[in-house]
Structure formats: C-alpha cells, structure tokens
Design a protein around this ligand. Structure first.
Ligand code: C5P
Length: 212
C-alpha cells in the first residue's frame, strides 16, 4: 500500500504522515529532507543552491549520514531546499531513491507513506491513496512561528509570512513537478483541525476508499 501526502509547507503533512504510518504499520519517508539535505550540502560547500551544476552534484553524491538532522530543520535549509528543488537534474537524481522506498519499503513493511510536493503527481502516480494536505497561508505561518519559538528562536512574524509566501510561489510556479493536487487526490484542509482531527479525517477517507 502506498500513501502519497502532498501539500505546502507547514500544512501538517509530516505530523499526519508519521501518525498514519504508525497507525497502519507502514514505513515513512519525508521526501522534503532529501531536498533539504541537498540544499544544506551545497551551502556547506560554500556554493549557491540556485547553481544547477553544484546542486546536481550534491544530489548525485548525497550522503544523509554526513548532515546533522538539526541542520535540516532550519529556515535556511528550507529556503535552500526550494531552490535546489526547482532544478530538473536534482529532481531526477532523487527520484529513484523515492520510488524504490515506496515500492520496496524497508524493514519488511507492507507499504509506505511518503510526504512531499509531487508524490501523487510524479513519484508515485499509482499510489493507492493520495491526499493533498493544505491550510491557509495565515494558519501555516502561525504554526511555523510557534514551531520556531518553541525551539527558542527569535522570530519576526511578518518575515516568516513573507518567506512562506515566497516558498509557496517558488514551489507552485516551477516548470518541473510543481506543487499541485493530483486530479485524483482528496484535498484535506487542516486550517481548523488539530493533529488528531487531521488523522481522523485522513483515516475516514482511506476507509471510505477501501470500501468502494
Ligand atoms: O516539506 P519541506 O518543507 O521539508 O520541503 C522543503 C522543500 O523541498 C519544499 O519547499 C520544496 O521546494 C522541496 N520539495 C519538493 N518535492 C518534494 C519534497 C520537498 O520539491 N517531494
């Protein structure tokens, strides 16, 4: 069973994907971390994430063990990720790994949950379940501000809002694998939902689909 969860930043995809994987006994892959790691690798080498040659080289030689997990979750990493993610050679280099994970999940799991931007449209167009997780820009920005403050960072709200707006525009406007719901995706708006509410709505959809 393959479950594809796509959507913009801070819509609640990661939390929902982990909860679904736990609940259904499936493997979980956060595909954003691959783009973040590529962006961080370019930055650490002193390069520009928008430089296609440098970004492609980083994606082709990506070694996740060399990057500290805490370096992936910063705003700088998210920004670099969305720049390398617009480069076709980077996407091509990361595609095989994601497809192999989905079709042959690790630890003998019977399926996988992948979250990202193009799982239902490009990586696994044959996924059994596709959910496009979204929320208003205001709500997503509020959540990101809280997340950063909880980590002890000093945050300027208007800056977080503007950065998120810019990242949305870059992800939706790029020529290759732009962020958009697959035609057969269920759109789940989490603006008024907490994590439990989002999980309940996703499970209700999955159950209704399996009865059809
Ligand atoms: O989901 P996350 O915020 O970690 O993703 C970081 C960036 O990586 C996104 O803004 C997007 O540009 C890129 N990405 C992508 N395709 C995916 C996952 C992430 O383009 N499947």
């Amino acid at each position: 069973m393959i479950i594809a969860l796509d959507g913009p930043a801070a819509a609640g995809k990661g939390t929902l994907a982990r909860a679904l994987a736990d609940d259904l006994g499936l493997a979980y892959l956060d595909t954003g971390s691959l783009y973040r790691a590529t962006g961080v690798a370019v930055l650490q080498a002193g390069g520009d994430p928008a430089d296609a040659a440098a970004a492609e080289r980083a994606a082709q030689t990506l070694d996740l063990a060399k990057i500290r997990p805490q370096d992936l979750r910063t705003e700088a990493a998210g920004d670099a990720a969305s720049k390398v993610a617009a480069i076709p050679g980077v996407r091509a280099a990361l595609l095989d790994y994601q497809r192999r994970f989905a079709h042959s999940p690790p630890d003998g799991k019977r399926g996988a949950v992948l979250d990202g931007r193009d799982i239902g449209t490009v990586v696994c167009p044959d996924a059994d379940v596709k959910i496009f997780v979204t929320a208003s820009l205001e709500e997503r920005s509020r959540r990101r501000v809280k997340e950063l403050r909880d980590k002890g960072e000093t945050v300027i709200e208007s800056r977080v809002f503007a950065d998120m707006q810019a990242r949305d525009a870059r992800d939706q406007g790029r020529g290759v694998a732009p962020l958009k719901p697959a035609d057969d995706a269920f759109v789940l708006d989490t603006s008024g939902l907490d994590a439990q509410g989002a999980l309940a709505a996703a499970k209700a959809y999955i159950e209704s689909k399996s009865k059809r």
